[in-house]
Design a binder for this molecule. Structure first.
Ligand SMILES: [Zn+2]
Length: 335
């Protein structure tokens, strides 16, 4: 007999996902995102690409809102949760106090980060909805030999990385729909680190983050603790500390640019904070406002591109958990 799900909110959530991916499946969404945003595409071509995908983006907008509402309903059916964000943070093991502190600290941290940002070559384009701001790309096209460079720099701070290296395997993530990740393999006691096959600084930073996860897994195993017994919040803290250690080894201009790039995660996080709490708002406006809140020179009015942002679809609220960790760690060191 085929078991039937008796959870109407889970079914509703499933239908909301289905309706979304019926219009554009994850592969198509990745395509749209690359068509519009990626790899130094001239502005006119971005506008053309947007026009080409405008209809799909328009269809996705109400479906994204349905998804947010279905996630909220699902969360509320699971316990005394205000909304899906509240549920997700609880699931990640984020203490309520840490979330409150994040809300208190975030704007002052954003201001401090903005004071040290490199000046983009063309601010109008750089801060427009048709760009995902990358400050590193603005000032440097330096390539790094990876993972060697990152391992060497981190090894200077944490000698155990050298000893752990034989237990870490580095692989390229799928160029179309893969993302950066570190996967613990319990049978062999090893970790697979997958990152985008690129050698620029942003990818070196992502690699340092994933090495942070790998080191944390292997440390726990050594202590006889199952990595699954630690909440996601704890794991992200270990990874982000490693990432910030690596950023700390960079020359000052690159360091400022690297910290500036974290503003993108804050944009996504603040958008999620607003939209799960108030799902009836105009999301195009909320995304533009979240952007302007993070990038002080931006003056966006509406921005519909949340509908193609991968973390919002496949890893909802993970940007908030990471944003909470980044804010906590950076607030201690930046002044
Ligand atoms: Zn992580």
């Amino acid at each position: 007999m085929v078991p039937t799900t008796k959870d109407p909110e889970l079914e509703r959530l499933g239908r909301a996902y289905e309706a979304y991916f019926d219009v554009a499946d994850p592969r198509k969404i990745g395509e749209i995102r690359r068509d519009i945003f990626f790899f130094r595409k001239p502005f006119l071509e971005r506008e053309k690409a947007y026009l080409q995908h405008k209809k799909t983006i328009g269809e996705l907008k109400p479906l994204y809102k349905d998804l947010v509402k279905a996630r909220n309903k699902y969360a509320q059916s699971k316990g005394p949760y205000r909304n899906f964000l509240h549920f997700a943070l609880n699931d990640d093991g984020v203490p309520e106090k840490s979330f409150e502190k994040f809300l208190e600290q975030i704007d002052s941290l954003i201001n401090r980060i903005n004071k040290n940002l490199p000046k983009p070559k063309n601010s109008g384009q750089f801060y427009s909805p048709l760009n995902m701001p990358d400050f590193i790309d603005e000032i440097s096209s330096k390539k790094y030999s990876l993972p060697e460079y990152v391992i060497r720099r981190l090894g200077e701070y944490s000698p155990e990385i050298g000893q752990m290296l034989p237990r870490i395997r580095f692989e390229d993530a799928d160029k179309n729909h893969g993302f950066n990740e570190a996967l613990f393999r319990p049978v062999t006691g090893t970790v697979v680190v997958r990152t985008w096959p690129s050698s620029d600084l942003q990818h070196a930073i992502s690699l340092a983050h994933e090495v942070g996860h790998a080191v944390a897994y292997l440390r726990l195993i050594k202590e006889g603790i199952d990595p699954k017994d630690k909440p996601k919040y704890w794991h992200e803290k270990q990874a982000i500390r490693m990432e910030l250690t690596f950023i700390g080894t960079l020359p000052q201009d690159l360091r400022n640019a690297a910290i500036g790039n974290i503003l993108w995660q804050f944009t996504i996080a603040l958008f999620e904070v607003e939209t799960y709490a108030k799902p009836n708002l105009n999301f195009d406006r909320v995304f533009a406002q979240s952007f302007n809140r993070c990038y002080k020179e931006a003056q966006q009015k509406e921005n519909p591109f949340y509908v193609v942002m991968e973390p919002l679809l496949r890893r909802p609220c993970s940007a908030v958990t990471q944003g909470i960790v980044h804010t906590g760690e950076l607030s201690q060191v930046l002044n």
